[in-house]
Design a protein around this ligand. Structure first.
Ligand SMILES: [Cu+2]
Length: 127
């Protein structure tokens, strides 16, 4: 009788332990996948004196992106021509879906100094 009870308990313990472990793994997998998704859906634009961190930013048509702007040096703002994207220090992110393929001018939208006019990059929306 005692032996029988012990083996039942043992089986219960194994099943419980196994399901907790499984739950843990699948939770972690889900979190990792979500993280990947988040990372993939952000377009980061960093400004310094007097340029942006990339001369050309590429995005895919139809992809919903969170455009995040930040200043690494100096005080700047951005505007993407014809796309109604305007970001600055107070309003640094915006969710955008780029629908029309093409090349768009991305420039500094805040008079920041002598190099202001040179702060122009390109945003390319590909099919
Ligand atoms: Cu500027």
């Amino acid at each position: 009788m005692y032996k029988w009870l012990m083996s039942i308990l043992l089986v219960v313990a194994i099943v419980l332990g196994g399901s907790v472990l499984y739950q843990n793994i699948s939770d972690r997998q889900a979190a990792a996948e979500q993280e990947k998704k988040d990372a993939g859906s952000t377009l980061k634009i960093v400004a310094s004196n007097f340029q942006f961190d990339q001369a050309e930013y590429k995005v895919k048509k139809g992809e919903k992106l969170k455009v995040v702007f930040s200043n690494k040096e100096g005080l700047h703002a951005i505007e993407i021509k014809n796309l109604n994207v305007k970001l600055d220090k107070e309003n640094p992110s915006q969710e955008v879906t780029f629908d029309k393929p093409g090349e768009y001018e991305l420039h500094c939208a805040l008079m920041c100094g002598v190099g202001h006019d040179k702060m122009i990059s390109k945003l390319v929306v590909t099919e």
